[in-house]
Write a protein that binds this ligand. Structure first.
Ligand code: FBP
Length: 239
């Protein structure tokens, strides 16, 4: 179980699979560098695919394993299917599992079905369930609009996720509606591509003042020149 205190700060580092090394430089391409940031900055958890967990994670901070994933090399309607089992994640030491659902995609039914089984298995093993709810595919014209993001959050509640991870819907008002739509499912907002530092911190203040339960942030921390400094400010804002 993730420590479900008021607000949580998670460090996302699954971009190597999702985007490839294009996100990295000579320093942050090394998983040890990221885990060191996570540990020193006292993140509430790090999000890894199983390969990195097997080779680099040794209890530096709580582990969240992403159970599905895809590369950006394949074209067409988005689909992300299971790579790691819930049992394997538990054996690796995970306290929580993550799974991406591209709602609106032609392949949505496959991901919904897979998530339904995963959610049940995770609950039986006492693992927290985090659903990355990303509306995508040719049917989705406005993936980050307030209504689309609120719908994504609501789907997470309907499916039984403990947390949903969503992109920022553009305003504090829209995020408040998203939070209401998610009911008892908690809301984590994704960091997104690297922003200028002040702009990112303003965004985080808006996210927290809207009442979100935390952040799952990657590039805006580990691509920063001083990741520990940013992480410290994030913690101050969150608390
Ligand atoms: P970032 O803060 O770096 O955006 O990480 C959050 C995240 O959701 C990752 O977990 C995931 O790999 C990536 O963003 C997904 O990126 P995209 O939106 O390009 O599919």
């Amino acid at each position: 179980m993730l420590n479900k205190k008021n607000k949580i700060l998670l460090l996302a580092y699954d971009q190597g699979l999702e985007h490839g090394p294009v996100d990295f430089n000579g320093q942050n391409i090394n998983p040890d560098y990221i885990l060191d940031i996570g540990q020193k900055a006292n993140f509430d958890g790090v999000i890894l695919q199983k390969g990195l967990a097997e080779k680099y994670w040794h209890n530096q901070l709580p582990l969240i394993i992403k159970l599905n994933g895809k590369t950006r090399l394949r074209q067409g309607e988005p689909i992300s299917t299971q790579i790691c089992s819930v049992q394997e994640a538990k054996k690796l030491g995970a306290v929580a599992i993550g799974y991406t659902i591209y709602i609106g995609s032609e392949y949505e039914p496959i991901m919904l079905k897979e998530f339904g089984r995963i959610e049940q298995e995770a609950e039986e093993l006492g693992l927290t369930v985090i659903a990355w709810m990303y509306p995508r595919g040719k049917a989705i014209k406005t993936p980050n609009s307030p209504e689309t993001i609120a719908y994504a959050a609501r789907v997470g509640l309907e499916l039984g996720a403990d947390y949903v991870k969503i992109n920022y819907p553009g305003s504090i008002k829209a995020l408040r509606w998203t939070i209401q739509s998610a009911g008892k499912t908690k809301i984590l907002v994704a960091g997104g591509a690297k922003l200028p530092e002040m702009q990112f911190l303003r965004l985080v203040k808006n996210i927290i003042s809207a009442g979100a339960d935390g952040l799952a942030v990657g590039r805006n921390v580990w691509q920063a020149r001083e990741p520990l400094k940013i992480a410290k400010i994030l913690r101050e804002i969150i608390n």
